[in-house]
Ligand binder design. Structure first.
Ligand code: GCV
Length: 645
């Protein structure tokens, strides 16, 4: 099967792409391929006989492109081949959408990346779409067309960097930066390189010990500094276009500079120094917190941790270090405020990290279109005083520098349709589109994806659109309420378990008792997290009267009878949203059934079977949450619906 038949580039056939990608020279394709001609036939007569010309221009910017359509010639111009490739896909989108072809575009973000949490044995941490496309049984897969197909898929939405292995780097994976595994890295890097994508490897901070036989990984040790330099030189001799490293240090058991009494700037600069002569990047994750917290301790706050560790280090990192910051201060929950680190490290490169894989959002069993959530983060105004204007939205902060950008934890695996749940493809597509153009709306992106992926009539497209567009809100309704997060089964994180993490050491608590629920993160009585934001955000979150309802329990501990801005009490809101959320899922199922016979059976049944699971799971969530809070509070549902006692 052609894997492209399973996704949004199915309508663009091999010939178009292979005919031109990365061929040098001015005019890359003089004549139209059959596929493009076919697409053009759907257009008004004027475009029918157009010639297609791809042109590199020394004066044009790299990665940016211009498409002009004049006197029967469609001309795509860019400063480099990657830009031509992006222009080509944009042209196909426009032809397909039958809209004006003339456009001039440049990516909003310099780094547009995907991270894989793939292990050498082929498993994927938080992967929900089959085994790794890169690895199996401790080695790189051989005769592997999937990587080529994936590279093309990513190029079609403008991704230009990929890290292929898990940030939790075990001893075996640590060896990826040395031979013989480096040969496999080289091969994958070459395949990605043909599509303008740089390859990154996640490394282990203790590599000088694990691989180099040294007795220390102290970043100030001369031997350690030399080891990293020699290792980097070896890699770049082999793979000149290598992108660099990603590292998770001092986080969830991974080694890091704290063991040597050093800070994270020391740690990062030691390794980045080795990459600097090669103009390569060190991506240093900020997901650093105490994962051995005592649940009795109500002052330590995981939400503060990244900020407390990294804000004081602003400006102390080498130029080729980028700090990678998760979108929220805790961990990819369905509702969190934006991380307060954005805007707080203006003198440091920063990469925003989203989770495309649905660890906490239904694990590709539930429909959860994530673009609306990502848009909220991108549009969040940090009010950072370092911004050029009073408005300092995250999208401007990350778009401002050459070594800034966005990354996402990938949601793909070896499943025939890439993402396990067919509709989860929309998240990968949306992620790429938002990295390129964060001003696109969630609605525009979803419509594009639907049109490109399925062949439905307008009424059926609308059915699918309506199923998906509010699916994140639906998921939020039947899971943990009002921003408090978690309440998932520990370990795998699927399905409800209200107290699953309540007495654990991960720093993720809801503090529900018979009177109320929520985490007091205020300045006066709580952990002080709220006031680590810039004003006016700090006061807005700190003040119970102005804190948005949907984040109330993230910032405040309130009685169940507390009245929300909506006019409802917290307890009634919990009951209402959980009943509604489940009803919404039932509606999704009945709407999807209307598409029977309109979508091929395999795809139709793929989604239907998952919807059945979503329905069961949403019911569990509804009943467990409602019963839990009814038992705690003793307050009945105003509407007398069934809550199990
Ligand atoms: C790769 C969460 C996930 C972990 C993940 C970690 C991280 O805690 O549950 O699987 O580790 O985030 O982002 O490093």
């Amino acid at each position: 099967m052609d894997l492209h038949d399973t996704c949004w580039i199915k309508k663009y056939k091999e010939a178009d792409i292979d005919a031109f990608y990365l061929k040098k020279g001015g005019v890359i394709a003089e004549t139209l391929s059959d596929e493009v001609k076919l697409l053009l036939k759907a257009r008004p007569a004027a475009a029918k006989d157009a010639k297609l010309v791809f042109k590199l221009s020394a004066t044009a910017a790299k990665e940016a492109f211009t498409i002009t359509h004049k006197n029967g010639i469609i001309r795509v111009t860019s400063g480099d081949e990657a830009g031509l490739l992006y222009g080509f896909y944009e042209l196909l989108r426009r032809l397909h959408d039958k809209c004006d072809l003339n456009t001039r575009q440049a990516p909003a973000n310099a780094i547009r990346m995907l991270d894989h949490w793939d292990n050498l044995d082929g498993t994927i941490e938080r992967g929900y779409a089959g085994p790794s496309i890169f690895f199996e049984d401790g080695a790189f897969k051989t005769a592997n067309d999937r990587v080529y197909d994936y590279a093309r898929l990513l190029a079609s939405v403008g991704i230009n960097a990929v890290a292929i292995n898990n940030v939790n780097v075990r001893r075996k994976e640590a060896r990826l930066i040395t031979r013989p595994l480096l040969d496999g890295v080289k091969e994958v890097a070459e395949t990605f390189g043909r599509f303008g994508i740089k390859l990154f490897i996640s490394i282990n901070f203790a590599s000088p010990i694990i691989l180099g036989g040294l007795t220390t990984a102290d970043p100030r040790s001369k031997a350690v500094i030399k080891w990293w330099k020699d290792t980097a030189n070896d890699i770049f001799n082999e793979i000149p276009g290598f992108g660099g490293f990603v590292i998770k240090a001092d986080s969830e058991g991974e080694p890091g500079p704290f063991a040597y009494g050093r800070d994270h700037a020391d740690g990062a600069n030691c390794i980045a120094g080795a990459l600097l002569p090669h103009n390569a990047l060190l991506i240093w994750r900020c997901f650093v917190y105490n994962c051995n917290q005592d649940w009795r301790d109500r002052k330590t706050d995981r939400a503060r941790a990244a900020y407390d560790t990294f804000a004081p280090l602003d400006g102390k990192f080498l130029d080729n270090v980028a700090l990678q910051v998760k979108n929220g201060p805790v961990d990819f929950q369905v509702r969190e405020p934006a991380s307060q680190l954005f805007g707080a490290i203006p003198n440091t490169n920063v990469i925003l990290e989203f989770q495309v894989t649905q660890e906490y959002t239904g694990q590709q069993q539930h429909i959860c279109y994530l673009a609306p959530m990502w848009k909220e983060i991108l549009d969040f105004n940090t009010y950072s005083p370092s911004g050029k204007t009073k408005a300092a939205p995250i999208l401007e902060i990350i778009g401002a520098k050459e070594r800034n950008g966005v990354t996402g934890v990938s949601n793909i695996g070896s499943d025939y349709n890439w993402t396990g749940h067919k509709l989860a493809q929309a998240n990968l597509y949306a992620f790429g589109r938002l990295c390129w153009a964060p001003n696109l709306t969630s609605e525009e992106i979803l419509s594009q994806w639907i049109r490109q992926t399925f062949s439905l009539d307008v009424a059926d497209e609308e059915i699918l659109f309506n199923i998906m567009i509010n699916s994140r809100e639906v998921y939020e309704k039947y899971t943990a309420p009002l921003g408090v997060g978690w309440m998932v089964k520990p370990g795998h994180h699927y399905g409800p378990d209200v107290d699953g993490y309540e007495y654990d050491h991960w720093g993720t608590y809801h503090f529900a008792d018979r009177n109320g629920i929520g985490v007091d993160r205020t300045g006066k009585t709580g952990t002080g997290f709220a006031i680590t934001y810039f004003e006016p955000n700090a006061s807005m979150y700190d003040n119970i009267g102005t804190c948005p309802d949907n984040l109330l329990l993230f910032f405040h501990h309130v009685p169940y009878a507390h009245i929300l801005k909506s006019g409802k009490t917290v307890i009634q809101h919990i009951y209402d949203t959980h009943f509604e959320g489940y009803e919404d899922v039932l509606k999704m199922v009945s709407e999807w059934k209307k598409l029977a016979g309109k979508i091929n059976d395999r795809e139709y049944l793929n989604v239907l079977s998952r919807l059945e699971e979503q329905e069961n799971c949403a019911k569990q969530w509804r009943d467990q949450i409602n019963t839990y809070f009814y038992r705690k509070s003793g307050i009945p549902d105003e509407n007398g619906r069934m809550i199990y006692p």
